[in-house]
Design a protein around this ligand. Structure first.
Ligand code: SF4
Length: 273
């Protein structure tokens, strides 16, 4: 057994809600194909690339092989059938010390010990993949881990809006359940200012198409992004506008990882009197 045998990639980022449910992180693409948003430094030094479907499938197979090793060793150590236990993981590391250097092993162990129920597709905009490739990769994930109950991903509203209804339905049927979309603001001037690359109409169109195809939609709104001068930051709050019927709004708060988000200070400096 070598590190190469069990190689799989794990990206840096996932939504906060995918940590609490200990999601399996499966990297379908690398980094962000847009990468222009003024407030975002997540992938600024990295180049976007699509990953071949065979490479993604090989990653999933490597995860499954490692999981099987851990289950077998856990049972040999007296653990319940099909479960991964601490003793089983320690037995694996004892047998193969090189795996301590595996960058994704801790994530995989966490997922297995938490019940192996959810998965998150990385990185920033998985829907940029060709639909047949995305469907094939999702199908392989579902077949390999049939006990997964929910699969989610980040996506750009503009990319969702550009997909046909048929393509979105095919992706939904292949097992993708939820899209995490960066709304940030519903104000067109502000969207332009932050270089989001989409208008409020585009955000609404993308959200509506996603809901119509059966996706759950989780929108990330940034309170304070417009500064004190600009209260129109939520789509639907400007008179005459409308918004998708299903919205889960997530926003950084005082108890979040960034108590005073950098973009808030930046927007105050740049936009407030
Ligand atoms: S689309 Fe998302 S990941 Fe890409 S630059 Fe904008 S906020 Fe960052």
């Amino acid at each position: 057994m070598t590190l190469e045998t069990y190689h799989f990639e794990t990206g840096m980022y996932r939504p906060p809600s995918e940590g609490g449910s200990a999601s399996l992180l499966v990297r379908f693409t690398r980094n962000c194909p847009w990468n222009h948003c003024a407030f975002c430094s997540m992938y600024k030094t990295e180049k976007f690339s699509l990953r071949p479907v065979d490479e993604i499938k090989a990653d999933i197979d490597a995860m499954a092989a490692l999981a099987e090793q851990m289950r077998t060793l856990s049972e040999a150590k007296g653990g319940p059938d099909g479960a991964v236990t601490r003793d089983g993981v320690l037995a694996l590391l004892n047998k193969e010390p090189a795996l301590e250097q595996h960058p994704g092993l801790a994530m995989l162990v966490h997922w297995l010990m938490a019940g192996a129920k959810t998965a998150f597709i990385q990185d920033a905009n998985s829907l940029i993949m060709k639909t047949p490739d995305l469907v094939a990769a999702l199908a392989h994930l579902k077949t390999t881990f049939p006990h997964i109950r929910r699969i989610t991903t980040y996506a750009r509203a503009r990319t969702v809006a550009q997909k046909s209804a048929q393509d979105l339905e095919a992706i939904r049927k292949a097992g993708l359940d939820r899209l995490h979309l960066g709304l940030e603001t519903g104000d067109d001037e502000l969207l332009k200012f932050i270089k989001k690359g989409v208008t409020s109409e585009g955000q609404i169109k993308g959200g509506r198409k996603a809901v119509a195809a059966g996706f759950q939609v989780s929108e990330y709104w940034m309170p304070g992004l417009g500064g004190r001068k600009n209260p129109w930051t939520m789509p639907g709050t400007r008179p005459g506008s409308s918004m998708p019927s299903t919205l889960i709004i997530s926003a950084p708060g005082p108890s979040g990882p960034f108590p005073e988000p950098r973009f808030t200070r930046w927007s105050r400096t740049e936009r407030s009197p």
